[in-house]
Design a protein around this ligand. Sequence first.
Ligand code: ADP
Ligand code: MG
Length: 709
Amino acid sequence: MTQNLFQARRRSSNGPPVQLETPLAEVDVVPPPRARQLERFGLNTVGALLMHFPKRYEDRTQFDVFPGATSDKAICVCGVVKSATLRRIRGGQRMFDVLIEEEDAGAFAGRLVCRWFNAFWVEKMIAQGHRVVVYGRPKLTGSSIVIAHPEFEIVEDDAEESIHLKRIVPIHAATEGLTPRVIRRIIWDVLERLEDETVGQLVPPALDARPRSWAIREMHFPKSWDDLARARRHLVLEEFLAMQLAVTSKRAELKAERGESHCGAGEMMRRLHASLPFPLTKAQQRAIAEIRADLAATRPMNRMLHGDVGSGKTLVAMSAMLLCVEAGFQAALMAPTQILAEQHYLNFRRLLEPLGIRVALRTGARREDSADMPLFTPSAEGPGESQPHVFVGTHALLYEGTEFSRLGLIVIDEQHKFGVMQRARLLAKGIVPDVLVMTATPIPRTLTMTLYGDLDVSTLDEMPAGRGRIVTVLRSVEKLPDAVKFIRTQLEEGRQAYIVYPLVEESARLEAKAATAEFEKWRELFAPMKCALLHGRVPPEEKEQVMEGFRRGDTKALIATTVIEVGIDVPNANCMLIENAERFGLAQLHQLRGRIGRGVHKSYCILLESTGEEEALGKLRILEKTGDGFEIAEADLQLRGPGDLLGTAQSGLPPLRLGDLFRDADLMKLARNHAFLIFERDPKLERPEHAGCRKLLAANRRVILSQIS
Ligand code: ADP
Ligand code: MG
């Protein structure tokens, strides 16, 4: 029905038909100067133009009524310009006020003022008598309703109403010289020339039977909100399916790779577990079993171990490494920072040396071996008497290479994106180890399905028993003295504290100065107890000393930037005060908070907030309410988008044209399941119903995989 309508219109417009591949420069309805402008915008072909979807829509069949009060929601009204006044205000600024009035409403006509500052181009466009459509947030200012810097459009002539008025109107992202109105007109004209039969079908009918051409048309000029939702669904599925096909094909490839089995009998691991003062959690046992099966298989392991801070990932890693060593191979653990590498090293030596395992530290700054000890000799051909069994280090580890005569397992702590690259490095050297990446970033399911879709996932969803509770409170910065008093009491009882402040200065010199000032303040507040300072610019050896002092308990309070964020484990530290907490993301605050609550003592996290703004407070209250990392991650994802959640270094998310990882999580699941099914039944995508999938994969695989790994 819908299609016939379009076909009828196309036949009535005479001109050469176009296809998605047609360059815009060759389309007669696109004037050459416009085609050049669009090209600068990255839109070269009909297909690219039609994939430039509207950023929003206005229901111009039904405008909002003129508002009488401030509103948080943007409104869309239509009216006539009664006056346009330009005024100069303080400091040579220009203020342009346009009074618009509801049409044909007589004495009761609604009015509002559209206001622009220093907007020369607007001053030139709007004049008395124009009919305008205005979109923005109204605010009661003095006695008038004002919309500052609204989006607007001048309604020009009635003949064009079918495009710009009396329908759901698309608003496309504009660029210099190309207003939404101009782009809308061009897309309308191009759609009139488009031959639907040439558009093809990418989404398999099992997912959505509607034609792709229909979805594209409805996306730009929807006949109803329902049609728009259906069209969007089709195109989001298409986008997600491309992603999932790419990831699934990569996964199939990895599974087909040949490696070696790196799994011993488990005797050493049993001895490690028996030496611990606590039992493993069920989740740890399950993860170890999953990893063990992977180690035993000849295809290389690519697994992510995912667990909230404090869930005990290190022990799982250590167990896996022992299985590997027992089979006669070496195992390596890579930490993201020097401090963490040192901490793991101490920990590994303490637990593994009694088993006769030789542990080595390799960082840019330090190399060390635990020599002079009776060595464990694996039954299989081992790494040789002179070589360590287990390496702990930073990424400097991988630049060595020569020592890894028999590397069987590599564990990457807290830096998942990093892992993929490192693996590639090793493969290039001809080593095919098993790989385990560990992360405490609670990644929502939607993301694990995309970003890490090619990895298997083990989750530690259980905390070790006997942990002290963490109480989190949000306080205004004026309450600092109370917080200090409270923490002092805790320190006097023998506990320790972290004081975290955000980086404030850009330059190294200023940063060091700010840190020093901060430190002096706290030293006075906690005198005579010992404080220490830790930030990104403290040299490695000094950092290590500082950490060691804190670990031993000599230092009572550690004043630090977020360098303490990941992995630090000092069970006696039970207080954390975070200044300017509003400047951190929720996930990051949760990570920070994970440094406390590691011992038996009740722990306290105090978030100091300095803006008093409702938005900041609302965000931080989530942390007061819940300690569940997944819940927090979901909230964070919703508040800030996935890029921020994972941190810039790790975001690497494919830019999505249409889909929203959060809002469309269900569609992502659908696409994922479908991609799995397709590869299972038809691994080479040879069946006719998968022709579209083959096209999707061919067109997107390289780009998608380069973005997510
Ligand atoms: P994360 O998952 O954040 O890396 P860690 O591996 O650092 O956590 O473990 C945090 C602390 O919990 C360590 O002190 C570790 O010894 C301890 N731990 C690990 N597993 C258990 C367990 N099953 N029971 C009690 N404590 C445990
Ligand atoms: Mg850890």
